[in-house]
Design a protein around this ligand. Structure first.
Ligand code: DON
Length: 304
C-alpha cells in the first residue's frame, strides 16, 4: 500500500524551492494578481481517505477545469446528441485556436478547447431554466459544498478582454452551431470559468469520474458509459497541445486551467488536484505538471 502522505510531502519538498515556476496568466487581467508562490496538492482515494500538502485550501480560479463539469452536466441532460455539434478528437493546437474551427465548418474538435466549451455552454443556456444559478448548484452538489461561488471580478475581467472567445462564438454562430445570442452564451461561459475552488473542493468535485460515475456523499451521478467517454476526452484533449506530453509523462486523464490548477484521476483508485499558478508556454501549470509526473513515477500508479 502506497504511503500517499509521504509521497506528497516528498514532492512538495522537492519542488517548493524551484526558481522557475512559469508565468501567471495575464491575458485575463484579474488573474495576474495571484501570488505565483502558491503551491498545494490534495489527494482523495476511493475509500475516502485524504492527503494534502501546502496551499491546498486556498481558493483559485478553476477556469478551463470547469469545462469538464459543464460537459458532464450537458451530457447528462441531452445525451449523445452533443456529438452532433462537437467532435472528440485532440486538436493538437492551443486552447484558443480558431483556424481549425473555420476549416471544419464550425464543429469544434472537442469540448475542452474554448470553442467546444462555448458550444457546451450554449447547450446549457438552452436546457437550464436559470443557467448560471443551476450550473452553480450542480457544481455545489457534486462537491457537496454550498460555499462554492463565481468570482464576479474575474468574470467581468474576462468579458472585457475576451476578444478571442467573442471571435470563436461569432464563428460558431456563422456556422449555425450556436442557438442562443453570443453575449448570453459568453456571459454563461465567463461565469463558469470564474468559479473558485480549492484543491480539496476540486478533488471532491471530480470524485465521480474516478468512482464509476457515483459521488461519495450525494445522489448526483453519471452513467458508466458517460464517465468512460469523459475520461477518454480528458486523456486525449485535457491539456490541448500538451495532451500527448501529459499522457507520456503522467499517464492519467486530467484537466488543466489557466488559474494553475490541474485535476487528474486514476479510475477506481484516486483523484488528485495540484495548484501552482505559474504556467508553461502551453498554458498548463508548470509545477503542477512536474508534481504529477513525480507522483505517478514514485507511486507507479497510472492507467498504463
Ligand atoms: O476562455 C478562456 O480563455 C479561459 N476562460 C479559460 C482558458 C483556460 O483555462 C485554458 N487552460 N489551460
Amino acid at each position: 500500500m502506497v504511503d500517499f502522505q509521504a509521497v506528497l510531502d516528498e514532492i512538495y519538498a522537492e519542488l517548493q524551492n524551484t526558481t522557475d515556476k512559469g508565468a501567471v496568466a495575464s491575458y485575463i487581467p484579474e488573474l495576474a494578481n495571484v501570488d505565483s508562490d502558491n503551491f498545494g496538492i490534495y489527494l482523495n482515494n476511493i475509500q475516502g481517505d485524504d492527503f494534502y500538502v501546502g496551499d491546498w485550501d486556498t481558493p483559485f480560479s478553476i477556469q478551463s477545469i470547469s469545462k469538464v463539469l459543464s460537459l458532464a452536466k450537458a451530457f447528462s441532460l441531452v445525451g449523445n446528441k452533443i456529438w452532433d455539434r462537437v467532435d472528440v478528437e485532440p486538436s493538437g493546437n492551443p486552447f484558443n485556436h480558431l483556424s481549425l474551427l473555420e476549416l471544419e465548418n464550425g464543429i469544434p474538435r472537442n469540448p475542452l478547447i474554448n470553442s467546444g466549451a462555448i458550444v457546451i455552454a450554449d447547450i446549457l443556456v438552452s436546457e437550464l431554466e436559470n443557467p448560471k444559478a443551476d450550473f452553480l448548484a450542480y457544481v455545489r452538489n457534486l462537491t457537496n459544498d454550498q460555499t462554492i461561488d463565481f468570482n464576479l471580478d474575474v468574470a467581468a475581467s474576462e468579458k472585457e478582454t475576451g476578444y478571442n472567445n467573442y471571435a470563436a462564438a461569432n464563428l460558431l454562430k456563422s456556422f449555425d452551431n450556436l442557438e442562443n445570442d453570443v453575449d448570453e452564451v459568453l456571459d454563461f461561459y465567463f461565469h463558469q470559468c470564474s468559479i473558485e475552488m480549492d484543491c480539496q473542493q476540486l478533488t471532491n468535485a471530480f470524485f465521480l469520474f474516478a468512482n464509476r460515475g457515483k459521488c461519495m456523499r450525494n445522489t448526483a451521478h453519471l452513467t458508466l458509459n458517460q464517465v468512460k467517454r469523459i475520461n477518454g476526452i480528458m486523456l486525449t484533449c485535457g491539456f490541448y497541445d500538451e495532451a500527448g506530453e501529459f499522457a507520456f509523462e503522467v499517464g492519467l486523464p486530467g484537466k488543466s486551467g489557466v488559474g494553475g490548477g490541474i485535476v487528474a484521476l486514476l479510475p477506481n483508485e484516486f483523484t488528485i488536484t495540484c495548484w501552482s499558478p505559474g504556467l508553461n508556454d502551453k498554458g498548463n501549470s508548470y509545477l503542477g505538471m512536474m508534481a504529477l509526473e513525480k507522483f505517478t513515477t514514485k507511486t507507479k500508479l497510472s492507467i498504463f
